[in-house]
Each structure stands twice: as structure tokens, then as C-alpha cells.
Design a protein around this ligand. Structure first.
Ligand SMILES: Nc1ncnc2c1ncn2[C@@H]1O[C@H](COP(=O)(O)OP(=O)(O)OP(=O)(O)O)[C@@H](O)[C@H]1O
Ligand SMILES: Cc1ncsc1CCO
Ligand SMILES: [Mg+2]
Length: 245
């Protein structure tokens, strides 16, 4: 019987991330590098961000997990992504694919499909992006939005946490990819790791929205909340639903 995610598992994994401080290497788009790195840091991980072809093998070799985000893609970035994925796969390190804007460009969609075939642990995107990928259970598929949907071969769950201001701050989706990678570094059950990470980001967003005046102050309050969210908050506010039926 496959385990379903729960608020108590999310709390345990959050404590493990804070204790073990996993290294997450991000091939992150240039729009939201700082926000993503801050998100990984405040949740307890250690981000690295270089996209230099000369250095990528060393950085991925040092990392516990990798995020591949296609938001600002060019020829050099494609080359470094291919190399990073080869290194991660050879070392058995988990990686997340965020196929940003693959719905805008056939060339980007073809590249995203090439990467899916290389075996990411997770593909995470918004509804428009995820609707372009086939419904396979492997890798774990995550479609974020007002409600997040996660599925693998045997499980399908919904996370109903978060706040509408998340959609008004550029990069909250990209940031969740980084937080998910940090959780994958401490938990081999990919769906449980990812669902736990999304509960942490979603509950943090709800706590942040209480303090914020609008999307601008929300972005700052969200980082504050991610650094402070605790087991009690997760146990009280997590909304995890079995989506099997
Ligand atoms: N209306 C909403 N209510 C609650 N949570 C939301 C809402 N919209 C988005 N979210 C949350 O925001 C995060 C980002 O999801 P979204 O689908 O907007 O990503 P995205 O489009 O890839 O974002 P970006 O590309 O700007 O990084 C997810 O954790 C999701 O749960
Ligand atoms: C707006 C935007 N354009 C490329 S990446 C990005 C941010 C995350 O989607
Ligand atoms: Mg996105």
C-alpha cells in the first residue's frame, strides 16, 4: 500500500530539511533567481545557481537535488541543461523539470519532451503547461494553481492550500520547484516529498497573507512565513485530499 501524504509527514520532513540543509542546484530562469534562492534558503536548504558550462558538472556533483527551469531558454542554456541532467542521472540525484512557457513555443515544448524522456523525478507546471504532457504516472506530475494536483502511478492527491496573491507574484511556481527539490533530497518517496513541500509553501502563503497589504508586501511576508512556519501551523492548516476517485 503506497503511503499518502499527511500534515504530520510534512512537519517531519520540514524539520529534516532544516536539520540536514540539503544543497539544491537551480538552473533557474533569470527573472526569479533571487526569489527562488531566498525561498530555498529560508526553508532550510542551500541553493546554488550557476549556469556556467565550465562549472555545472562540479556544482551538480555537490548538490543533493537539481531544478531545471525553462523560463529563459537559449542555446547555451539548453547545452548546460543537457550536461546537468546527464550528471544528475549518472549520480542518481533527483531532478525537477519546470517547463515554463512550453505552451508558448513549439521549440520549447519539443525540448521539454526531450527532457521528460531523460527521467525527471517530477514535472511541475501550471495548468496551461501541464496540459501539453501525456498523462503518465512516471514521473510524478504536479499541476499547480488554486488547487495543486499531484499524481504518480498509484496515487492522486490535491493540496488546497495557498493564496490568490501567489499568482500575482512572479516566480512563486518557480520557487515551489526549488522547495520541492529540497524535500526530495530528504525523502525518497517523490510524491510524499512534493506534497509536503507544497503544504509548506501553501500554508506559509496563508500565514503571510494575514500580514500583507497586497502582492508586493505579500512576497516579502511569504519569505518571512516560510522561514518561521512550524509543525503546529502545518497540522492546523494543511488541506490534503485524496483525489483517487
Ligand atoms: N488562486 C490561487 N489560490 C491559492 N494558491 C494559488 C493560486 N494560484 C496559484 N497558487 C499557488 O501558487 C504557486 C504557483 O502556482 P502557479 O500555478 O501560479 O505557478 P506558475 O504559473 O508556474 O508561476 P510562476 O511561473 O510565476 O513561477 C503554487 O504553489 C499554487 O498552489
Ligand atoms: C515571466 C517569466 N518569463 C520567463 S521566466 C518568468 C518567470 C516565471 O515564470
Ligand atoms: Mg511557472
Amino acid at each position: 500500500m503506497l503511503e499518502l501524504p499527511s500534515s504530520s509527514r510534512a512537519a517531519t520532513l520540514l524539520a529534516q530539511v532544516r536539520e540536514r540543509r540539503p544543497r539544491v542546484h537551480c538552473l533557474m530562469n533569470t527573472v526569479v533567481q533571487k526569489f527562488t534562492a531566498d525561498g530555498i534558503t529560508v526553508v532550510g536548504g542551500i541553493p546554488s545557481m550557476t549556469s556556467s558550462i565550465e562549472e555545472i558538472e562540479s556544482f551538480v556533483a555537490k548538490a543533493d537535488a537539481l531544478v531545471v527551469n525553462l523560463g529563459t531558454l537559449d542555446r547555451a542554456r539548453r547545452e548546460v541543461i543537457r550536461l546537468a541532467v546527464d550528471v544528475a542521472n549518472a549520480a542518481g540525484k533527483p531532478w525537477v523539470l519546470d517547463p515554463v512557457h512550453c505552451d508558448y513555443s513549439p521549440s520549447r515544448l519539443a525540448f521539454a519532451n526531450e527532457l521528460v524522456a531523460l527521467g525527471p523525478a517530477i514535472v511541475r507546471g501550471n495548468t496551461a503547461e501541464m496540459s501539453l504532457f501525456e498523462e503518465t504516472g512516471s514521473p510524478v506530475r504536479i499541476c499547480t494553481g488554486p488547487v495543486d494536483r499531484l499524481a504518480d502511478d498509484g496515487r492522486s492527491v490535491r493540496i488546497a492550500n495557498g493564496h490568490r496573491w501567489m499568482a500575482a507574484v512572479t516566480g512563486t511556481g518557480c520557487l515551489t520547484g526549488g522547495v520541492i527539490a529540497a524535500f526530495m533530497a530528504v525523502e525518497p518517496d517523490t510524491l510524499v516529498a512534493a506534497a509536503s513541500a507544497l503544504v509548506v509553501t501553501g500554508v506559509s502563503a496563508e500565514l503571510a497573507a494575514r500580514e500583507a497589504k497586497g502582492p508586493g508586501s505579500f512576497g516579502v511576508a511569504f519569505l518571512d512565513a516560510l522561514s518561521e512556519v512550524g509543525a503546529g501551523d502545518l497540522l492546523q492548516h494543511a488541506r490534503i485530499e485524496d483525489d483517487q476517485n
